[in-house]
Design a protein around this ligand. Structure first.
Ligand SMILES: [Zn+2]
Length: 255
């Protein structure tokens, strides 16, 4: 009986995740263009035809329509559908980590904001302030549920962001202002230890990718890559498994 309830909960987390990610796709598309996310039905980017409710069912609509617009038969890119699938998987992962608790909802809301931030940064090299404010709000909501003391949260705001501001004074535009604000928000949400771990993961991932791009001559030394997506991955891993990662790392040195 308990197993059936658990399976049902994972299915529920997946479906909710897909639907939320479908809304996040609207955010990713509309926020950089300054279009309201609340008003107006979605439309086909090729023929501008308003989409029917049946065209908007996450994943299923794409499969049923064979990846084409119902009205103009233009191919629809796979990205939105893959992001809906990712949202479903992230929903399940949050439930796996936190189970029946408010932290599942908080972690999921946070990762959906990160999904929007990561893809807007990839598309436009900008991180909208409104989404960073959203991360701060999640930080406030998490206070009774995520047991990180206030001093750790306040140190978290400054511990990475301030050194990056100083670095930017030495090397102009080394980091985007949006990255720095996002780091401050994440520091407030998860405390100084986790934001450091998240930053460490982000630097490893982004550094690895930048080295690959340079070796394959796809980017020159002065080129920029969007750092936001790596920050988002790092922060999410750190929120879920930061303390476990830290203790396994320290145990390597017998600490
Ligand atoms: Zn169309």
């Amino acid at each position: 009986m308990m197993e059936a309830v658990l399976i049902l909960m994972y299915v529920y987390a997946f479906v909710v995740g897909c639907c939320m990610a479908s809304f996040i796709n609207v955010v990713i598309y509309r926020v950089p263009l300054g279009i309201s996310v609340a008003k107006g039905r979605s439309f086909c980017p090729s023929c501008q035809h308003q989409l029917h409710a049946l065209d908007l069912i996450p994943i299923l609509s794409y499969i049923c329509l064979g990846g084409k617009c119902r009205y103009c038969h233009e191919h629809i890119g796979m990205r939105d559908t893959l992001l809906e699938l990712l949202g479903g998987l992230l929903g399940m992962l949050c439930f796996y980590r936190y189970g029946f608790s408010m932290m599942t909802v908080i972690a999921f809301a946070f990762v959906m904001l990160l999904q929007a931030i990561a893809f807007i940064d990839l598309d436009t090299m900008e991180i909208p302030n409104g989404l960073v404010v959203g991360c701060f709000i999640i930080g406030f909501i998490s206070i009774p549920f995520l047991h990180i003391d206030m001093i750790s949260r306040i140190i978290g705001i400054f511990i990475v962001s301030v050194p990056l501001i100083v670095l930017n004074m030495v090397i102009p535009d080394a980091f985007g202002g949006g990255d720095i604000k996002l780091l401050a928000a994440c520091g407030f949400f998860m405390g100084w230890v986790n934001v450091l771990i998240g930053m460490f993961i982000a630097v490893l991932l982004a550094g690895g990718y930048a080295i690959y791009l340079m070796l394959s001559h796809k980017i020159d030394k002065g080129g920029h890559i969007a750092f936001g997506p790596y920050l988002c991955i790092g922060m999410f891993i750190s929120l879920l498994y930061g303390s476990q990662l830290l203790s396994s790392y320290l145990s390597l040195f017998g600490l």
